[in-house]
Design a protein around this ligand. Structure first.
Ligand code: HEM
Length: 512
């Protein structure tokens, strides 16, 4: 304790001197008691959870790159619905399927955190960051256009086929050089090209400056969690985010991307002038809806910035997610060669080598379908879900959930609960097979989340991933490079940023 006195400013220390125990200690105890009383009053009736530090909350205890696992531990200790502060934000973590379903089905918990930076980028338009009527209208229209131009379209299968052709050329060239393949980059190019054609109605070459811009900005938005972090954790300091240079460059880069999309919309408007032309892409569908709405006097619902944002958000939500799911699938195959053997044997017997696999084959590819689902489960790409917000004060299962609390649907937790899965911590495709070896789905598999805001691109993503995966497995054997083979556990354990990603690795692809 004398050491503490030495650390105090001289004047204060001399003032306290021998009185330290009679003045400072009770003052410190008083402050601590006041803080505990304040925390207790703040925390009354909230879901249970650990107490944190003033200002920082539980931040020092949450491992930044293992956040999904830290949160699961909290829920295991405090309950399926737990609460604590991250900075000055109250977060509510939900870790059980029935509670998550009830919450995410409710309008009360279907908001999104309203960050100043996002408002600046979106100007209140789009789907991912909006709420209320705007969200409802844009979500409905994008679901419809995704059905018309996305997964339900013959053209989408052709697009996947074209991407497979160029992917295979790349894999063959690299295999001839005995070099490792860049899985993520390869799949990003392919998923970008598909979203670009579906939204903007034009084919873009991989080295097109527009595609390079899209790639760079999506990467920035996904990886620059820290900028949003200041604002997210300490909403009172949100204006500080403007001072972070990366934040303002993000805004100007995003504006450049908006301009690129605007230019493309102009081209489609020229094509769509002829009213007999049927819409060919998302932009066309919006242009048509816009005309109809404007004829009826509505100049707001489909204003240009809406089209721009929805297009941009399809890139944001639909490219990295699909590419990273493919990366995980091939990594699991590389590290589980016996599972890869079974997938390839099944493909050989159901499809053979004379044609590529088709969606219709899925009903016979039981083991392959189980492997895809088990990879969604085990990798849990969107480990901490996409955050929701309670839009008003609410009571949920007897707990108080204040307006503006952050709701975290812990996908990773549901995917790893012993009550739902026979071997939660193993890669075990049998989770999705019945006793006869036939594929069976599970309600507890929620990679696209559930409820009112669940992923609008789920069917498209599932289709792309099935077609890419089966065609690649039909033709190539994937293997880890020898120096990475021994690091299987560490690579597959991964860490979390915006998504759960694997540790560093290298794999090779050889023609079968
Ligand atoms: C494997 C690939 C994908 C995964 C794992 C995935 C996962 C998710 C998840 C977890 C959410 C959050 C749902 C919620 O907040 O409740 C979401 C939302 C969304 N996804 Fe996906 N997604 C994928 C592919 C796609 C694709 C291909 C598109 C479109 C082309 C897309 C468009 C969207 C949009 C627009 C939202 C926002 C929905 C809303 O806020 O109402 N996603 N996705």
């Amino acid at each position: 304790m004398e050491g503490v006195i030495e650390m105090l400013p001289k004047s204060l220390a001399s003032l306290l001197g021998d009185n330290f125990y009679t003045v400072a200690a009770p003052a410190a105890a008083g402050l601590a008691a006041a803080y505990m009383l304040y925390s207790w009053r703040q925390g009354r009736d909230l879901p249970p959870g650990p107490v944190g530090l003033p200002v920082l909350g539980r931040l020092p205890w949450i491992s930044r790159n293992q956040m999904h696992r830290s949160m699961m531990k909290i829920c295991q200790q405090y309950g399926d619905i737990s609460s604590f502060y991250l900075g000055s934000r109250l977060v509510i973590v939900v870790n059980s399927y029935p509670l998550m379903k009830e919450m995410l089905d409710s309008q009360m918990f279907s908001g999104r955190p309203q960050l100043r930076l996002f408002k600046k980028l979106t100007r209140g338009c789009g789907i991912i960051f909006t709420e209320g009527d705007v969200w409802n209208q844009q979500r409905r229209l994008s679901l419809r256009t995704l059905r018309d131009f996305g997964f339900a379209r013959k053209r989408t299968v052709e697009m996947v086929d074209e991407q497979l052709d160029s992917m295979f050329n790349g894999f063959d060239e690299i295999a001839a050089l005995y070099e490792p393949v860049q899985l993520l980059e390869t799949f990003l190019l392919a998923s970008n090209a598909i979203v670009a054609e579906m939204t903007l109605g034009q084919k873009f070459e991989a080295d097109d400056p527009a595609m390079k811009l899209v790639n760079a900005i999506v990467k920035k938005l996904i990886e620059d969690g820290i900028i949003q972090g200041v604002e997210f954790l300490f909403p009172a300091m949100e204006r500080l985010a403007d001072l972070v240079p990366a934040s303002s460059s993000l805004v100007s880069d995003t504006e450049r991307l908006h301009d690129m999309i605007r230019g493309q919309i102009r081209k489609r408007e020229a094509v769509m002038k002829d009213e007999s032309v049927e819409p060919q892409c998302l932009c066309d569908a919006y242009i048509k809806e816009k005309r109809q709405a404007e004829t009826a006097g509505d100049f707001e619902t489909f204003k240009e910035h809406q089209i721009i944002r929805v297009t941009m958000e399809f890139f944001l939500a639909g490219t990295d997610t699909t590419a990273r799911s493919m990366e995980w699938l091939l990594l699991y195959m590389a590290f589980y060669p016996e599972v890869q053997d079974r997938v390839q044997n099944e493909l050989d017997s159901v499809v053979g080598q004379s044609r590529r696999p088709r969606m219709q084959d899925r009903t016979e590819l039981h083991y392959t379908s189980a492997v895809i689902d088990e990879t969604y489960r085990k990798a849990s790409l969107v480990g901490t879900g996409v955050f929701h917000r309670s839009v008003e004060d609410a009571t949920f299962h007897g707990y108080r959930i204040p307006s503006d609390a952050i709701i975290i649907p812990l996908v990773y937790g549901v995917h790893h609960r012993a009550e739902y899965w026979e071997r939660p911590n193993e890669f075990y495709p049998e989770h999705f097979l019945d006793d006869e070896g036939r594929y069976r789905s599970s309600p507890y598999l929620i990679p696209f989340l559930i409820g009112r805001r669940s992923c609008v691109g789920e069917s498209l993503a599932r289709m792309e991933i099935f077609l890419f995966f089966t065609a690649i497995m039909q033709r190539y054997r994937v293997r880890p490079e020898p120096e990475f083979a021994a690091r299987k556990e560490e690579i597959l354990a991964g860490s979390i940023g915006a998504f759960v990603f694997p540790g560093d690795y290298q794999v090779t692809m050889d023609r079968r």
